[in-house]
Design a protein around this ligand. Structure first.
Ligand code: AR6
Length: 184
């Protein structure tokens, strides 16, 4: 399932993000960049200790990463150009700015990917695991934020050609496919 906005193809697929072969993988990390479970654990396991070593340097330099922000490391043993570690909001009922923070995760990651000249990027479903963000709202936030970003940035300033959402869970894949259809 894919749609095209300007020159950018936005698509949904299912599976493990560490098997994806494009330029930038986005990680759903934590503020200390300590590694953890879920997609974060899978990326650190697949990429090896180089990623944690670079995360430690970021901690030393700037004390970590705030929710909604993002930081770049290389991809260790993975074949990608790099990993962008972003920190999603922990869902606290919706009154703590969670939706805005989640949108900022996507924007910060896209800004960083563009600054690196990336042509492709893959996102997991940030915050929808242990951070407990409602899946439908997370999906709508992710897709509307990305569509706005592509529409408002303009082709000459956007090196990205493909943006892929990798859904690990079938219900997320279904939600993304249904919502993406509304952008055709
Ligand atoms: N590939 C793609 N998606 C995955 C994979 C994978 N290999 N594994 C899980 N997911 P979560 P969060 C999906 O919990 O909610 C970590 O411990 C998963 O099904 O990984 O942002 C961090 O260190 C879900 O849809 O991230 C933080 O402490 C989505 O990835 C905390 O969890 C996100 O689930 C971040 O929580």
């Amino acid at each position: 399932m894919q749609v095209r906005i300007n020159h950018v193809v936005i698509s949904v697929s299912t599976g493990d993000i560490t098997a994806w072969k494009g330029d930038i993988i986005v990680n759903a990390s934590n503020s200390g960049l300590y590694g953890g479970g879920g997609v974060d654990g899978a990326i650190h396991r697949a990429g090896g200790p180089q990623i944690a070593a670079e995360c430690a340097l970021i901690r030393q330099k700037q004390g970590g990463v705030m929710p909604g922000e993002a930081a770049f490391t290389t991809a260790g043993r993975l074949p990608n150009l790099g990993i962008i570690h972003t920190v999603g909001p922990i869902w606290k009922g919706g009154g703590a700015g969670e939706e805005t923070t989640l949108a900022r995760c996507y924007i910060s990651s896209l800004d960083l990917a563009c600054a690196r000249g990336a042509r492709s990027i893959a996102f997991p479903n940030i915050s929808t695991g242990v951070y407990n963000f409602p899946k439908k709202l997370a999906c709508e936030t992710a897709l509307s934020t990305i569509a706005d970003y592509v529409q408002s940035t303009g082709p000459d300033k956007l090196p990205l050609e493909t943006i892929t959402f990798i859904c690990f869970e079938p219900d997320n894949a279904r939600l993304y496919e249904e919502t993406l259809k509304t952008y055709i």
